[in-house]
Ligand binder design. Structure first.
Ligand SMILES: Cc1ncc(COP(=O)(O)O)c(C=O)c1O
Length: 381
């Protein structure tokens, strides 16, 4: 039995599979002297826009800024409310706070870990301006229902598609259904940069002009600033690297989907589906499994035991945003959003990336079964 460590993500392996092309693209940029914006940057923007099916797309500094810029473009006022999920990476709620608006966290659907449209509808009020779903783990949020709600109440839909590049719902790419969609190229993402990077899909031409200006200090003409923006540009080197990786993305995504399917078969085959909660697929979605996540009792102990066996797992995310110290001023308390709190205590993501082999997956499921047997026997400490 092999006992090599199984990583949760392996950016070096992704690089190795394309090393010659990536390294020559990097050299080309270095020798060109075009380090900011430039031809590689523009080509990457356009190629990704075509793949996503968005009329406008902008490469930016990182995924957090890809959420911040759309919110900046809306001229929100203090007290304006953005309804979002508490069960996400911090950047989602952080972006709302950073523009001076008020995050309103509503509980998730425990079956999908994503926003529940019925709960969103209950919280829409006079100050609501934006609904910001997150496609957590790359699984599409219920966009059709949220889009209808936003249309009915004249709200802006901003999608946090950081984890969901090229995932689809009813044939539409996550991040392109709302007025804006933000993506992240953090190295462990399905499409990872060699550093930081992000992207904003934009539906309307006016919004596109605004995002483009905000990305360079609100400039509409060289040294003429209509808005206060910032330096939110992507490095040309990252764009060149991402351009090469983009050609591989569908293959990598397919590998993730296959690995997820294999996990389901293995977990069901060993009867673990009766003991852990498995992810659920809807028939109208393409889910490019960024994380393959299950729910287990005594999660932290299970994670520790698997680590001892050389199997890395992840907890995304252990503290829901409504209970973060920096959001105490919003007045939420433990118990307010029980589904998110329960998920935060129980979720565990297994290695599912393109670096994970079928044999690795068999080993993960074998070890997980053994660990859960110990838990059942009350032996775990
Ligand atoms: C759901 C979600 N939103 C936003 C971000 C922020 O992206 P970045 O780390 O590129 O700033 C991430 C990635 O870490 C994320 O997973």
């Amino acid at each position: 039995m092999s006992s090599h460590p199984i990583a949760l993500a392996d950016p070096a392996a992704d690089h190795a599979s394309l090393a010659t092309e990536i390294e020559s693209a990097v050299l080309q940029v270095l020798r060109s002297g075009r380090y900011v914006l430039g031809p590689e940057h523009d080509a990457f923007e356009q190629e990704l826009a075509a793949m996503l099916g968005t009329p406008h797309g902008f490469a930016v500094s990182n995924g957090s800024d890809a959420l911040l810029l759309p919110l900046m473009a809306l001229d929100l006022e203090p007290g304006d409310e953005v309804i979002t999920t508490p069960f996400t990476f911090f950047a989602t709620g952080g972006a709302v706070h950073r523009v001076g608006a008020k995050p309103v966290f509503v509980d998730i659907d425990p079956e999908t870990w994503n926003l529940d449209p019925a709960r969103v509808a209950e919280r829409i009020g006079a100050r609501t301006r934006v609904v910001m779903p997150v496609h957590l783990y790359g699984k599409p949020a219920p966009l059709t229902a949220l889009e209808a709600l936003c249309t009915r109440h004249d709200l802006c839909l901003i999608e946090d598609a950081a984890q969901a590049i090229l995932s689809k719902v009813d044939g539409r790419s996550c991040g392109t259904v709302g007025r804006f969609g933000g993506y992240s190229f953090f190295p462990s993402k399905n499409l990872g940069a060699a550093g930081e990077g992000g992207y904003i899909a934009v539906r309307e031409a006016d919004d596109a002009a605004r995002i483009k200006a905000l990305r360079t200090h609100g400039e509409t003409q060289r040294y003429h600033h209509r808005y206060v923006g910032g330096n939110f540009r992507m490095h040309a080197l990252q764009a060149a690297i991402l351009r090469v990786k983009l050609r591989q993305l569908e293959t990598w995504n397919e590998r993730r989907r296959q690995n997820a399917k294999r996990y389901l078969e293995l977990l069901r085959g060993t009867g673990l589906d009766a003991r852990v909660k498995l992810p659920r697929w809807e028939c109208n979605e393409v889910w490019n499994v960024h994380q393959f996540t299950i729910e287990v009792d005594r999660r932290d102990e299970v994670q520790k035991k698997l680590a001892e066996k050389g199997i890395a797992t992840g907890v995304y995310y252990p503290v829901p945003l409504h209970l973060q110290e920096c959001f105490a001023y919003l007045g939420y308390k433990q118990g307010d959003l029980p589904h998110a709190e329960r998920a935060a205590a129980r979720v565990l993501s297994l290695p599912v990336g393109p670096h994970v082999s079928a044999a690795d997956q068999e080993r993960v499921v074998r070890e997980l079964t053994a660990v859960l047997d110990h838990v059942r026997a009350g032996e775990l400490v």
